[in-house]
Design a protein around this ligand. Structure first.
Ligand SMILES: Cc1cc2nc3c(=O)[nH]c(=O)nc-3n(C[C@H](O)[C@H](O)[C@H](O)COP(=O)(O)O)c2cc1C
Length: 364
């Protein structure tokens, strides 16, 4: 039922793909954080559709309005309401989908669950909903910048079988990622990825891939130790993004191929006192709690299900049909998924930061 994410820093998103608007309520953001639409718009611009030939031609300007929760450029500590209009809707593209559920999209399961669906555009299952998450994530990043600046940078690590070299996690920046259309900072792999996406698009097909993400500046101690481990919260956040198929932290499934002697992160003295892990195979989290190293995780995305290649399938009434999707769709979600992954990470970290403040109440 829930369209709400988070414990203390909470976001509730609303809106259907082809309704009047989408948006969110951000609740739990402390007062007196400087916040204006200019803090939110840049990440929305990175996610917006129609921005490049590699994405859906649906052309939304995605201009955010702050409806509530701020005054004279500062948060009030009250719910922050954000909306983004849906301007470029073409409900006619979805007429056939009223009778034929798209293979591997959410049309069939929504119909089974609610016995009623939004008439067009995938409703809440559309990636349009992720614009609201990106707006909320920008608020989370702004709050963190005041108390504990973290840098969250995601990039496209692979498209289909084309894999990029891993960048330096300590220095990779959003500007490096945005230097290529496909948001892959490896200049050798990026053109091959772009060519592969264009070929899939021209063939009426689609491609999947992996987004990697590094979060720098997270101090040791964030994350709750048992059910709400930071790992579990990140996995929850990432696997709630539409079209995701997997989440790995640190060496991930690759750890199963290593021995303890290869996978362990032994400690070393830290300049200025104390110790820190000398390596980071674990991806910055141990026992569900951040260890002060860079958080590193990867998110797998499937090939987009709405394709224009004809597919043999069945209508809701059981009649066999050959379905070739009309409408405007991403041939590969990866470039647009990058800011969505960053935003979900920001929401998790903002929540973890606030929860850690409760642990730090001074004892009498
Ligand atoms: C940034 C982004 C863009 C997407 N664009 C499309 C699209 O154009 N067409 C489509 O069929 N699915 C697209 N998706 C995926 C669907 O929203 C998703 O497959 C659908 O909700 C079914 O959910 P599931 O794949 O997680 O099972 C996109 C996902 C993301 C993250």
């Amino acid at each position: 039922m829930s369209s709400t994410f988070g414990t203390l820093f909470r976001v509730t998103t609303f809106g259907e793909s082809h309704g009047r608007a989408i948006g969110c309520i951000v609740d739990g953001c402390p007062a007196r954080i400087p916040l204006s639409a200019d803090d939110i718009q840049p990440q929305l611009d990175r996610r917006r559709p129609g921005a490049s030939a590699l994405t859906t031609p649906r052309n939304e300007s995605d201009v955010v309005s702050i409806l509530s929760g701020t005054d004279r450029g500062q948060t009030l500590g009250t719910p922050i309401g954000l909306t983004i209009p849906n301007a470029d809707t073409q409900p006619g593209d979805y007429a056939e989908m009223e009778t034929v559920p798209r293979p591997s999209h959410a049309d069939f399961t929504y119909a089974e669950k609610y016995c009623l669906r939004a008439r067009s555009g995938g409703g809440r299952a559309s990636a349009r909903e992720t614009a609201a998450r990106v707006a909320a994530g920008a608020v989370a990043e702004k709050m963190l910048s005041v108390f504990q600046p973290v840098q969250i940078v995601a990039w496209v690590e692979s498209v289909g079988s084309i894999a990029a070299r891993r960048p330096d996690l300590a220095t990779i920046a959003r500007a490096d990622v945005d230097a290529t259309l496909v948001r892959c900072p490896d200049p050798d792999a990026a053109p091959r990825m772009i060519a592969a996406i264009e070929a899939a698009r021209d063939a009426g097909d689609s491609l999947g891939g992996i987004v990697a993400c590094a979060c720098r500046g997270v101090p040791a101690g964030w994350g709750e130790p048992v059910f709400d481990k930071l790992t579990a919260e990140l996995a929850h956040a990432m696997l709630s993004i539409p079209a995701t198929r997997g989440f790995e932290i640190g060496e991930g499934f690759g750890a199963t191929l290593l021995r303890g002697s290869q996978h362990n992160d032994p400690f070393a003295a830290k300049p200025g006192g104390g110790i820190r892990p000398a390596t980071n195979h674990c991806g910055g989290i141990q026992g569900g709690i951040s260890n002060g190293e860079i958080l590193f995780f990867r998110v797998a995305f499937k090939p987009v299900s709405t394709i224009s290649l004809p597919q043999k399938t069945a209508a809701f009434d059981g009649a066999p049909v050959v379905f070739a999707a009309k409408g405007r769709h991403d041939p590969c979600v990866l470039p647009r998924a990058v800011p969505v992954v960053e935003s979900m990470a920001a929401l998790v970290l903002a929540d973890a930061f606030l929860q850690q403040q409760v642990q730090r109440i001074p004892h009498p």
